[in-house]
Design a binder for this molecule. Structure first.
Ligand SMILES: [Zn+2]
Ligand SMILES: [Zn+2]
Length: 146
């Protein structure tokens, strides 16, 4: 992501924090920035490893708890992956996922047609639908070449 493209998500992030009465601390901004930089829906461990160059004294527990807090107030989504570790999604725009089941990459994509897929009435009656996303399970080009 380019530097100017990072501006919008950070403003959105700061707004959400204020709405939830969560202080916008430099540490929280740093953690959020790592999330949007990665573009691959990182796990808590991924965020922890990459942020240590910037914040060498931060603990894994702090990173993990912060990510949990972000998801509780709706700044980020938790994305389940097949490999087990929870992954985090900072993209607040309506989007869908390409998931490589070999390497575990999760990549965002946008599609108006998928956005407007109707949820069947029978499901709407049965469940309180919170969100909707299309996931394409693929073998990515990187894995296909191996
Ligand atoms: Zn792959
Ligand atoms: Zn995503």
């Amino acid at each position: 992501m380019q530097k100017d493209e990072m501006q919008d998500p950070i403003l959105h992030f700061a707004d959400k924090c204020r709405q939830a009465n969560l202080k916008v601390t430099p540490q929280r901004i740093a953690i959020f920035k790592q999330l949007i930089k990665s573009e691959n829906h990182p796990s808590a461990d991924n965020v922890f490893k990459s942020i240590r160059t910037e914040l060498p004294h931060i603990s894994f527990d702090t990173v993990n708890r912060t990510l949990q807090t972000f998801s509780e107030i709706g700044i980020i989504d938790i994305v389940e992956s097949y490999s087990g570790a929870r992954r985090f999604d900072p993209n607040y725009k309506n989007h869908h996922h390409i998931h490589c089941f070999k390497c575990g990459d999760i990549i965002d994509f946008y599609n108006d047609g998928f956005d407007s897929i109707e949820i069947p009435e029978s499901l709407k009656k049965k469940y309180n639908i919170i969100s909707k996303r299309v996931v394409l399970n693929v073998v990515c080009s990187k894995c296909r070449l191996e």
